[in-house]
Write a protein that binds this ligand. Sequence first.
Ligand SMILES: [Cu+2]
Length: 201
Amino acid sequence: MRSRIWILVGGVVVAGVLVGFFVTRFMNPTPEQITATSTSATIQGKPVVNFTLTTVGTIGYGPHPAWVSYLPTTYLKVPAGAVVHITIDQQDSPSGLRNPYFSLVRGTVNDEMTVNGKVVQAIDPTTPAHTFTVPDLGVSVPLEGISGSATQNVVEFDFVVPDQKGLFRWQCFVPCGAGTLYGNGGPMQTLGYMAGELQVG
Ligand SMILES: [Cu+2]
């Protein structure tokens, strides 16, 4: 009798573990990360690693082809203690900011970025299409929307990541989710589009 109970308990535990794997792996898969490419450069004695991202007005594929998005993904992995050099080919039109604070460049090396090669520390708050913002690292960069016949603005900046491992949420702060409540729904609240994770270490 006793051994039967233990067989039952064991069966329940095994079933629970299998359900757990199903929920975490199949229902909620971890998306592919891209890893920063290493370089031989250093800034402030720290190794520089590179990412190149693109922001587009419509992603054009997947379950939400009409959504705005970062490409190729918003899941980024960098080594601890590195300087991350990001190049963003910004190809979307401006939406403008609700909170003009995010038109400032903050938390990057020298609190600056370059826009098409020109050094800038802030832009007009009505002109951003998106921002690249990592709140817990104090990093925020406004990405100027394209105007006239321009097809993209190339935005570059550097920031230092901590020496310890960590997972940092990042997102855009322009309410760019057109057609959603206050522009903050849809792609603005979905990882992989206008929100993502920066894995350090
Ligand atoms: Cu955005």
